[in-house]
Write a protein that binds this ligand. Structure first.
Ligand code: NAG
Ligand code: NAG
Ligand code: NAG
Ligand code: NAG
Ligand code: NAG
Ligand code: NAG
Ligand code: NAG
Ligand code: NAG
Length: 334
């Protein structure tokens, strides 16, 4: 839960950086093919507000929610944010072939599938289709958009499994598939992230099975949130002294492993393991971390809570509902 502070800041930053600025004149006129595609997009939605400024007698680079490349007049950003519009994203989107940023966000009446025409947008750096009512699969073709640095499909009704191709995107800094209806396991291709790996948000889905072994090779830099799924087995391969991850939320899954032997990276500040089937005792290494948030409640842990570091700065709700944890802040061991 607490780990989400990281991603809120992260998302706001992305959205902020993505907001289109009004163009400042003395620029190339809007490309006529882009203009045609935009008018088809406008026609695909029932809307009273968002597309009002998209008037045929105005240069399309001046239309609301757009940014053009000043040299070419090609549309490079299209953002449709928080409006009352209904409809489906039409295939014409694929004709905006210079797009680098595409955002449909907070539009609960935008329905249908993610159109395959998006596969033509090879220059995309950010694709954000979030808080809409999109359904159908997470398309495998997204793995072809090699310049993607941020892919956010969170808060939709997407179903099916995670396509292995997504884990081969070489420049991805963040992947959000959280709050959908995804099933199946996390693919093996996951280990293909070498060097810097994206922040990964897969929470609030129905993912199952153990984590792939390959995930142990991945060096996550900031955040992993796998909470609220049905994941099983031993996730301790996510940790290790050498790693650089800061926020890890594995809460509300079916993870079952011995915590006593796990070595945590020094970078770790937020660890949420509540509601799993974790056994063993809390390792002494936890006292060496500068933890800001910690929750191991609702597991099967036992033994004395190590004394020191930040561990006594948390209250009993960090530790309660375990088999036999004892010592401050819980009652003394017998
Ligand atoms: C969605 O569509 C319904 C029916 O047309 C309408 O009542 C509702 O206000 C719309 N909601 C939003 C957020 O656009
Ligand atoms: C949203 O649009 C629908 C028609 O498309 C309309 O019935 C509804 O009143 C609108 N809602 C708001 C909040 O504007
Ligand atoms: C999403 O779409 C489904 C139909 O596809 C509809 O039943 C549901 O009310 C929609 N949800 C929202 C939040 O608009
Ligand atoms: C991807 O990004 C790199 C560096 O920004 C750029 O040189 C390259 O042309 C881009 N490729 C596409 C298909 O946009
Ligand atoms: C830690 O990383 C170094 C190289 O950065 C490597 O040689 C070593 O095997 C790693 N140790 C573990 C336990 O992964
Ligand atoms: C993770 O990245 C850090 C910094 O980039 C590096 O020092 C460390 O050796 C890496 N660890 C692994 C397991 O690759
Ligand atoms: C947790 O501690 C508070 C006082 O700090 C106490 O009132 C409460 O009963 C404790 N709860 C449990 C589950 O031990
Ligand atoms: C830890 O998680 C449990 C279960 O969700 C919750 O009741 C408790 O308040 C959490 N503790 C803290 C310190 O957040």
């Amino acid at each position: 839960m607490q780990a989400s502070i990281g991603f809120v800041v992260f998302l706001s930053l992305y959205l902020f950086l993505s907001l289109p600025y009004p163009s400042l004149g003395a620029n190339a006129k809007c490309n006529s093919n882009d203009r045609k595609a935009l008018l088809q997009i406008k026609a695909a939605f029932i809307d009273r507000y968002h597309f009002v400024s998209w008037a045929p007698d105005v240069d399309c680079c001046e239309w609301y929610g757009l940014e053009c490349d000043p040299n070419t007049g090609r549309v490079i950003t299209l953002s449709v944010l928080a409006g009352n519009l209904s409809g489906q994203i039409p295939p014409a989107i694929g004709d905006l072939t210079d797009l680098q940023i595409l955002i449909f966000h907070k539009l609960s009446n935008v329905t249908g599938q993610i159109p395959s025409a998006i596969s033509k947008l090879v220059h995309l750096k950010q694709l954000i289709l979030s808080n809409t009512n999109l359904s159908g699969p997470v398309p495998s073709f997204l793995g072809q958009l090699k310049n993607l640095t941020f892919l956010d499909l969170s808060f939709n009704n997407l179903a099916g499994s995670i396509p292995p191709s997504l884990f081969e995107l070489p420049n991805l800094g963040g992947l959000r598939l959280d709050r959908n209806k995804l099933t199946g396991s996390i693919p093996d291709s996951f280990g293909n992230f070498v060097g810097t790996a994206p922040d990964l948000y897969l929470s609030h889905n129905m993912l199952s099975g153990p984590l792939p072994k390959s995930i142990g090779n991945v060096n996550f830099t900031l955040e992993i949130d796998f909470s609220r799924n049905n994941l099983q087995g031993d996730p301790s391969l996510l940790f290790g002294k050498n790693k650089t991850v800061h926020f890890v939320d594995l809460s509300r899954n079916l993870f079952e492993f011995d915590l006593s032997k796990v070595e945590f990276p020094d970078s770790l500040t937020n660890l949420d393991l509540n509601h799993n089937k974790i056994f063993g005792s809390l390792p002494n290494g936890l006292t060496e971390l500068t933890l800001q948030f910690f929750n191991v409640s609702y597991n099967s842990l036992c033994g004395q809570i190590p004394q020191g570091g930040k561990l006594q700065s948390f209250d009993n709700y960090t530790y309660f509902h375990n088999r036999c944890l004892c010592g401050a802040p819980l009652p003394d061991c017998k």
